[in-house]
Design a protein around this ligand. Structure first.
Ligand SMILES: CCCCCCCCCC(=O)SCCNC(=O)CCNC(=O)[C@H](O)C(C)(C)COP(=O)(O)OP(=O)(O)OC[C@H]1O[C@@H](n2cnc3c(N)ncnc32)[C@H](O)[C@@H]1OP(=O)(O)O
Length: 257
């Protein structure tokens, strides 16, 4: 009876299945950076998870929405079509994969010794902390694991202004860190940014759509070197170039233990 109740409750807990699998699968963790924290918690046992039974599925912020302009939708459609390929036997997984994107990763984290319960409950991912569609970072990341690279379609919202009518350099850096970090995390598991080197070549107009092309350069032990180019959607214009260094860390480093 008790077991049945628990099973019913767990069906309502977002990520439950992913958490459970990721907790025992390093590969799963690498493919889903946003679940590291969750997996850490689940790996410590499910006993501390919330048993509140009315949780809803988390919102995937990288799904098309009404704020997307035609260009954003076009890039999305292009890579989304590459996620499944048609064969004689029917449709099968293609070389690309669309990554879901949620606004929190701390829901199940203990937070080490530093995080209060309030912070744990209120923390939100920087790029996904505004509910209004289109106001800040509208983006979607597609990963090609075989080629160790990813692309991100990014539509810069009106709240990201830096120079008049153009995107703030810090917002561009945030997107570069996010996309290169997602690639490094996908390939290597838990990482932290050690170094980010950015050359701003031409300004990005607010409201426009750009594509971030990120690729693995090389790995050396714990070090993962990643490159990133930010271009117009047809790649005719280079906006920004960057290199990033990530260091593999263990979960203890993230949780201050
Ligand atoms: C969820 C969706 C989004 C997902 C993507 C988001 C990505 C966002 C990621 C971030 O923004 S993380 C936040 C910003 N970064 C930090 O706060 C990191 C703060 N720094 C640290 O925690 C540590 O310094 C760090 C983990 C980076 C390295 O510490 P370690 O003690 O693990 O490294 P260690 O000192 O053992 O050095 C390992 C190697 O890396 C090298 N290294 C470390 N830091 C370096 C550095 N800054 N520059 C160049 N090399 C560096 C170091 O020389 C050494 O090289 P060798 O093995 O060849 O000797």
């Amino acid at each position: 009876m008790i077991r049945r109740c628990l099973q019913a409750v767990r069906r309502f807990i977002p990520h439950y299945h992913a958490l459970f699998q990721d907790a025992v699968s390093q590969r799963g963790l690498a493919e889903s950076p946003e679940l590291w924290c969750s997996a850490h918690r689940s790996a410590r046992g499910l006993s501390k998870m919330s048993l509140w039974p009315f949780s809803v599925s988390p919102r995937d912020f990288s799904q098309p929405n009404t704020s997307w302009n035609a260009e954003m939708q076009e890039v999305y459609d292009h890579y989304n079509a590459l996620c499944e390929v048609k064969t004689e036997e029917g449709e099968k997984k293609g070389p690309w994969r669309k990554l879901p994107s949620y606004n929190r990763s701390l829901k199940y984290a203990t937070g080490g010794v530093y995080l209060s319960k309030i912070i744990q409950s209120k923390a939100r991912l920087f790029t996904r902390n505004i509910k209004e569609h289109g106001a800040t970072f509208e983006y979607v990341v597609f990963m090609n694991k075989q080629e160790k690279r990813c692309v991100c379609a990014f539509q810069a919202g009106h709240l990201l202004e830096g120079p008049p009518g153009h995107v703030h350099g810090g917002a561009i850096a945030t997107m570069i860190d996010t996309v290169t970090g997602t690639l490094a995390g996908y390939l290597a598991g838990p990482i932290m940014t050690a170094n980010l080197n950015i050359n701003y070549r031409s300004p990005i107009p607010l409201g426009s759509v750009v594509v971030l092309h990120s690729a693995l350069d090389r790995t050396e032990g714990k070090k993962i070197f990643v490159t990133c180019r930010v271009t117009s959607t047809d790649e005719s214009k280079l906006h920004t170039e960057a290199t990033a260094l990530f260091i593999s860390v263990n979960m203890g480093h993230l949780f201050g233990t």
